[in-house]
Design a protein around this ligand. Structure first.
Ligand code: COA
Length: 258
């Protein structure tokens, strides 16, 4: 079904692998379109509780947008490209189920932006992060200037953006850009272990945690008001009744996502 990504479901986790290792998994039009479809599947397929995005091969997560598709683009076409990338990456950020980046190598340009659109990031020890667009006479266009500033703070973000320098996994951990750094061979297992734990929790509550946290950065919403609304909504769910009853009855809850 896909030609530039692969997907598989195991233990209710959708593993999405960007699959152009000979081109450092660069995001061309096909990858973006297929990624968009795979994210729709995360939203709509009841058998999926969470997802991982990673890159094929041992060298790159994603080394950016496909630079070969940039040549000859005009002003308005550049804007169209940014709108498209921003639309898909926002869909990842707003997903009601956790989507985690397992960063297995270079995460540059659109690759760093893709990782930042995920709910959190786990890196292998060979991972390198960077927004090298200034080397090409460009700036990030898939939300990178905004999410980088949100995640690591303005001073670090501006240095990162205007030097185009790469940072290694250890510094990414120090910056709070990633949650863990692990040996490459343990990357997927570590990511899956966290999501397997999350998958035992009440699904609607998990989705509402993501939505409430995202509200911090949405200037059209007041995060505290959003939290009250989402907290209240939990009281109307079967899972909340089950979770509180199970606690009081000293047994494990059985969540149904209702
Ligand atoms: N777009 C298109 N092709 C890319 C690419 C990208 N963003 N990143 C890598 N590739 C291609 C290379 O052109 C090369 O293709 P070829 O074998 O047909 O010549 C192949 O992937 C391997 O890359 P190469 O540069 O030979 O590997 P390397 O190990 O020497 O360097 C990188 C790896 C990631 C440091 C280097 O490829 C790079 O700097 N990529 C561009 C990063 C970038 O500027 N991203 C932002 C884009 S907006």
């Amino acid at each position: 079904m896909y030609s530039a990504i692969t997907t598989s479901i195991e233990n209710a986790i959708l593993l999405i692998t960007i699959n152009r290792p000979d081109k450092m998994n660069a995001l061309n039009k096909t990858v973006l379109d297929e990624l968009n479809t795979a994210i729709d599947e995360v939203y709509n397929n009841q058998a999926i509780r969470s997802a991982i995005i990673t890159g094929a091969g041992a060298k790159a997560f994603v080394a950016g947008a496909d630079i070969s598709e940039f040549q000859g683009l005009k002003h308005s076409e550049g804007m169209d490209l940014a709108h498209k990338g921003q639309y898909i990456f926002k869909k990842i950020e707003d997903a009601p189920k956790p989507i985690v980046a397992a960063v297995n190598g270079f995460a540059l340009g659109g690759g760093c932006e893709l990782a930042m659109a995920c709910h959190f990031r786990i890196a292998s020890d060979n991972a390198r992060f960077g927004q090298p667009e200034v080397n090409l006479g460009l700036i990030p266009g898939y939300g990178g200037t905004q999410r980088l500033t949100q995640l690591i703070g303005k001073g670090r973000a501006i240095e990162f953006l205007i030097t185009g320098n790469m940072i290694d996994a250890t510094m990414a951990l120090q910056y709070g850009l990633v949650n863990y750094v692990v040996p490459q061979e343990e990357l997927l297992n570590k990511t899956k272990a966290i999501l397997e734990l999350v998958n035992t929790k009440a699904p609607l509550a998990v989705g509402r945690c993501i939505k409430a946290a995202n509200a911090v950065f949405d200037h059209t919403r007041d995060g505290f008001t959003e939290e009250v609304k989402l907290f209240g909504e939990c009281f109307a769910t079967h899972d909340m009744v089950e979770g509180t009853t199970a606690f009081l009855e000293k047994r494990k809850p059985v969540f149904q996502g209702k």
